[in-house]
Design a protein around this ligand. Structure first.
Ligand code: NAP
Length: 483
């Protein structure tokens, strides 16, 4: 199997914040890979923009260095690098001043897709949007791409939406959640809606509970001060985990169409019940040996910000009545693992005497590492020992199933940027979706802030705080092992 590369239309892509960390680590390497794959028409161009006073050559040198650092050697090639750099130019602009914008305006071509990537602090979104408009740089077909965080609560998200809406319609705004660009996350939709097998069982009648885990081994070192203002709820749950929950819980859209998909996700978010304090566990990783703890990394000994959170959540609709969704995410945990596990109920009647041997069917969708699916099924234990039962995994690793093609799977940013050029918003969050997610999140955060709750300490390298285990134990359930 060879993956198909369908070239996109000719484009001018302007990256604001082109000298920053995100552009160097993600955006420019992603564009290089799409260039190498032959997806960009020859006359598509990339224009870097930031305040730094650089020439085209000076910026290209920075891009060359970024590619050397962030694209593996096996995926780099001298000729492709030179061709890619030849597409790139640079214009110094300050988002808050008018100098330089006239020059940028003169660089834009008619008749090609215009896309503007706002890889800058959200406080600059309004300035950039209005200057793009005032200098006639953006036309009615132009697209803008904005990065997370999209607000830190409902009020700030509304304000950002309002600022962007002054000059751009919703159809022009691409809010990135890079989780949605991951191959396996999209596979969730394929698994659910392209197979008859799972959908009939996908409801409260047959599902006991759902676990969604995003575990990281890294701490917040290096960005502790920034993270301390956010925490796991804002950084992971409100956006990435909410998206995973939506893809699991949503009704089938009538078509795989941006607004049809996003309408269904929005209904899930709106159906989320408020979460009671006893269904929330927050944690902070402690120091261990010479290894600093969260408070050291955050340079805030009194910090009450969580580096771990577990929640029991209910989607209040017919399909999911009474089915708990347990979400957990944290840093400095035992292993790096993201997965969704759907645990099914017992068969209605047990015909085998070996009731002790019985375990639930579980469908595990692994997002990382080793993307794939695992269906835990019961079989007869081999041998002459009578009808004893045992559980075995039906294991499907996508890497094995797809062979060499799995190595060619594009990174989330590659796919998402190409979707912007194609004009496909399916994998981007709509403004109302983001606001609904904050409307659910805000009272939860206000609740623990108002009560003055402190996160519980947990050992680095563990699976999180003790109370998180209790959250499941008291329901007679267990978290899956993080590995
Ligand atoms: P960064 O490293 O601080 O880079 C900021 C960029 O903005 C630089 O190129 C900077 O260049 C430019 N800039 C700053 N002030 C400007 C102004 N007044 N006018 C024009 N350009 C200006 O930040 P980053 O990490 O790349 O993050 C960019 C955005 O992506 C942020 O919203 C961040 O939250 C989001 N994000 C980042 C990551 C990540 O991994 N880094 C991940 C997810 C989301 P000059 O100083 O030369 O102007």
């Amino acid at each position: 199997m060879v993956s198909r590369v369908i070239p996109v239309d000719v484009f001018d892509l302007v990256i604001f914040g082109a000298t920053g960390d995100l552009a160097r680590r993600k955006i420019l390497p992603a564009l290089y890979r799409r260039h190498s794959a032959g997806q960009m028409p020859a006359d598509s161009r990339i224009i870097g923009a930031a305040r730094a006073d650089l020439t085209d050559t000076g910026f290209r040198d920075q891009v060359r260095a970024a590619l050397a650092e962030f694209v593996p050697e096996t995926a780099r090639d001298q000729t492709a690098t030179d061709e890619f750099l030849a597409r790139i130019s640079y214009v110094p602009v300050d988002a808050t001043e008018d100098a330089g914008w006239g020059r940028l305006s003169g660089m834009m071509r008619a008749g090609v897709v215009r896309a503007f990537y706002f890889s800058v602090a959200p406080s600059l979104f309004g300035d950039i949007a209005s200057r793009l408009h005032d200098h006639g740089i953006a036309d009615a077909q132009s697209r803008i791409v904005v990065e997370k965080p999209f607000g830190r609560d409902l009020a700030s998200a509304r304000a950002l939406n309002g600022v962007l809406a002054q000059h751009f319609s919703e159809a022009q705004i691409y809010r990135i959640d890079h989780y949605l660009g991951k191959e396996t996350v999209q596979n969730l939709m394929a698994v659910r809606f392209a197979n008859i097998l799972f959908e009939p069982l996908w409801k409260a009648e047959y599902v006991d509970h759902v676990q969604i885990t995003v575990a990281e081994t890294v701490g917040v070192n290096g960005r502790g001060a920034y993270y301390d203002k956010s925490g796991a709820m804002r950084d992971m749950v409100q956006n990435h985990m909410m998206q995973l929950l939506c893809l699991i819980a949503m009704e089938p859209p009538y078509h795989f169409d941006p607004d049809a998909v996003r309408d269904e996700k929005l209904k899930v978010i709106r159906a989320l019940k408020p979460v009671q304090p006893e269904n929330i566990v927050r944690g902070q990783y402690s120091a261990a040996g010479n290894e600093p703890g969260y408070a050291d990394h955050a340079e805030n000994p009194a910090s009450r910000t969580e580096s771990y959170i577990a929640l029991k959540v209910h989607v209040s609709n017919w399909r999911w009545q009474g089915v708990p969704f347990y979400l957990r995410t944290g840093k400095r945990l035992r292993a790096r693992a993201s997965e969704i596990a759907i645990t099914f109920k017992q068969p209605p009647h047990a015909i085998f005497d070996d009731a002790k041997g019985w375990q639930e069917n579980v469908l595990v969708i692994r997002l990382q590492p080793n993307e794939g699916m695992n269906l835990m099924v019961m079989i007869k234990e081999p041998g002459p020992g009578g009808m004893r039962l045992m559980q075995v995994p039906l294991d499907m690793s996508f890497a094995e199933a797809l062979g060499a093609e799995a190595d060619e799977v594009p990174d989330a940013y590659e796919r998402l940027i190409m979707d912007v050029i194609r004009g496909n918003q399916t994998l981007f969050m709509r403004g109302d979706e983001v606001e609904a997610a904050w409307a659910w999140t805000d009272p939860i955060i206000e609740g623990w802030e108002g009560r003055g709750d402190r996160p519980q300490a947990y050992d680095p390298g563990s699976s999180g705080p003790e109370d998180a285990l209790m959250l499941m134990h008291r329901d007679g359930r267990r978290w899956r092992e993080i590995r």
